[in-house]
Design a binder for this molecule. Structure first.
Ligand code: F6P
Length: 556
């Protein structure tokens, strides 16, 4: 395969490259004066509004991006995903996270089998089990109800459930269902994280959920063993049956670990780790915390976007538009990063989830056929909730590097506060910033405006804002479980669209392997040095020096 097979070799790609010069002649300050343009760049679906008028694009750009989508066979690729084709070619797997939230009567075949039946078998099991735990029908080894849950897992087996949990915590309906229960997560192998996860918890009233697709991830398995010891040293070895359950695709290893396969919740190879929030990975811990009806609403929200993504023409298709705009920003305008800026504290864990979802999916250097890319793909995702971020890194976004921003706002706060005598509520204050920041970035402030304001000459340069900095605004009606599901699916599909256009495999993650195998070598060295006094060897001088120092300071 040669680079002529890459999307960059197409006329449509070249045409967009040339088009950058036209866009460079424009400024968002002026583009935003065009009402017809702004109107054409607003899309509404199921209560969500996407306004992308503050992207550095003209209506011509959008047309050219649709042509690129056509030549990249975007529609066909989406259909292949929904049809269960093995689009994850390097692992020879289907990519069917949409089946995890499909309605019970849907048929989605994977290798000739309707997987929706399997999905609902597990969901029903989750519903029953979580109900038993929550009502106290399932008790621990000493007969006490289990009111707290520690979910042990890392990466995709952690970040998605954490984001959804922190969003639901502030939803009044979900919070009421939680009814004083606690859900904690243990991801890092760092002993500090272990201590933090169980601090103040009583093994007698705690259920540990070990979440690992492979059931081989070193950090998770060590943490799982540590918590098993925490339980068995307090309650005896028999207690594992009542206090530990698992979520995995590898039921054989679950059994070998000592967890009864009856207490295991399955998922499947066709679910990528970072796309697994809607499987038992998220559904079990969230159902234990909030009850299954809340989880159902979350799944329904995701399903609504799945249907929209599959059936809506590209002009009105929110994930498609989001994906195409990101391709434009990264590969044509050359912006390497994207800021995720939710204006709600409830979404404080959204950016960390998107970091993995996006960067593990699209951080690739070769096409799906193995041809080195000759253009930039993938982006650096980061973010913080507003307004906190404004007092942190927004300086750079306003006057330093250009970073396309996603502003995510919520129309109705879950926790409104109205102080007597205050006209503007806390939520109004928050949203005033949500509405203002995109315009500050887009329009900036000119030296002329500053001089008219009588700003001293020596400060004019410092107070000038060049503007022309792209962003898009996503407005959600509220942040219920349903809306959280919508938001999740919107980003999952956006990231897939980017990968489909770039022609890469967004569903494998070979880039995490090298570090893992090097860590194994170091682990073996630490072991042999400690037990047999084996000298540190086989590493470069820098690593040798660091390991030696570490061993010296940590001598038994
Ligand atoms: O970081 C690599 C990775 O394989 C992720 O893709 C995955 O979500 C994470 O590790 C955890 O894997 P597992 O669920 O198998 O423990």
């Amino acid at each position: 395969m040669a680079s002529t097979n890459l999307i960059s070799a197409t006329e449509e790609w070249k045409c967009l490259r040339e088009h950058v010069a036209d866009v460079d002649k424009t400024h968002l300050r002026n583009l935003l004066k065009n009402e017809a343009r702004c109107e054409s760049m607003t899309v509404e679906f199921d209560g969500i509004i996407l306004d992308y008028s503050r992207q550095r694009i003209t209506q011509e750009t959008v047309k050219k991006l649709f042509k690129l989508a056509e030549v990249a066979h975007l529609k066909e690729k989406i259909d292949k995903m929904y049809n269960g084709d093995h689009i994850n070619v390097t692992e020879n797997r289907s990519v069917l996270h949409i089946a995890l939230r499909a309605a019970r009567d849907t048929i989605i075949n994977c290798d000739g089998k309707n997987v929706v039946d399997d999905v609902w078998q597990v969901l029903d099991k989750i519903g029953e089990f979580s109900e038993r735990v929550r009502t106290g029908a399932w008790v621990g080894a000493t007969g006490k109800s289990l009111k707290d849950v520690v979910a042990v897992g890392i990466g995709g087996s952690f970040l998605g459930p954490l984001f959804v949990h922190s969003a639901l915590q502030t939803d009044p309906e979900a919070a009421q269902c939680a009814n004083g229960r606690q859900l904690r997560f243990l991801a890092n192998v760092d002993p500090v994280d272990v201590a933090r996860s169980i601090n103040g918890l009583n093994p007698e009233t705690t259920l540990v959920v070990v979440v690992s697709k492979t059931f081989t991830t070193a950090e998770t398995m060590l943490n799982a063993r540590t918590l098993r010891t925490w339980i068995t040293s307090a309650l005896g070895s028999e207690a594992v049956a009542k206090h530990m359950v698992a979520v995995s695709t590898n039921l054989k290893l679950v059994k070998e670990f000592g967890i009864d396969p009856q207490n295991a919740f399955a998922f499947w190879d066709w679910v990528g780790g970072r796309y697994s929030v809607c499987s038992a990975v998220g559904a079990l811990p969230l159902s234990l915390q909030y009850g299954f009806p809340i989880v159902s609403k979350f799944l329904e929200g995701a399903r609504s976007i799945d249907n929209h993504f599959h059936t809506t023409p590209f002009e009105k298709n929110i994930p498609v538009l989001l994906g195409l705009l990101s391709v434009w920003n990264v590969s044509f305008l050359g912006y390497p990063a994207r800021a995720i800026l939710p204006y709600t504290q409830a979404l404080e864990k959204f950016a960390p989830h998107i970091q993995q979802l996006s960067m593990e999916s699209n951080g690739k250097g070769v096409s799906i056929d193995g041809v080195p890319l000759n253009f930039e793909a993938g982006e650096i995702d980061f973010g913080e909730p507003g307004t906190n971020g404004q007092h942190s890194f927004y300086q750079l976004i306003h006057q330093g590097r250009v970073i396309p921003c996603d502003f995510i706002g919520i129309v109705k706060s879950q926790q409104p506060i109205y102080l007597q005598g205050e006209v503007v509520s806390n939520h109004d204050e928050l949203m005033s910033n949500f509405f203002a920041q995109p315009d500050a970035l887009a329009c900036g402030k000119t030296p002329e405006e500053l001089r008219n304001e009588k700003v001293s000459d020596h400060l004019v340069a410092h107070k000038t804002f060049s503007g022309n900095r792209p962003s898009l605004s996503i407005l959600l009606p509220s942040l219920t479980a349903y809306n959280v599901g919508q938001l999740l699916a919107m980003y999952e599909h956006r990231i897939a669209v980017q990968g489909f256009i770039w022609g890469i495999n967004s569903f494998d993650q070979w880039g995490v392997e090298l570090g893992k195998s090097l860590a194994s070598r170091v682990r073996a060295q630490l072991n042999l040095s400690r037990t047999e006094g084996k000298p540190v060897e086989g590493f470069n001088p820098s690593t040798t020096m660091l390991i030696k120092r570490y061993l010296k300071e940590n001598a038994p």
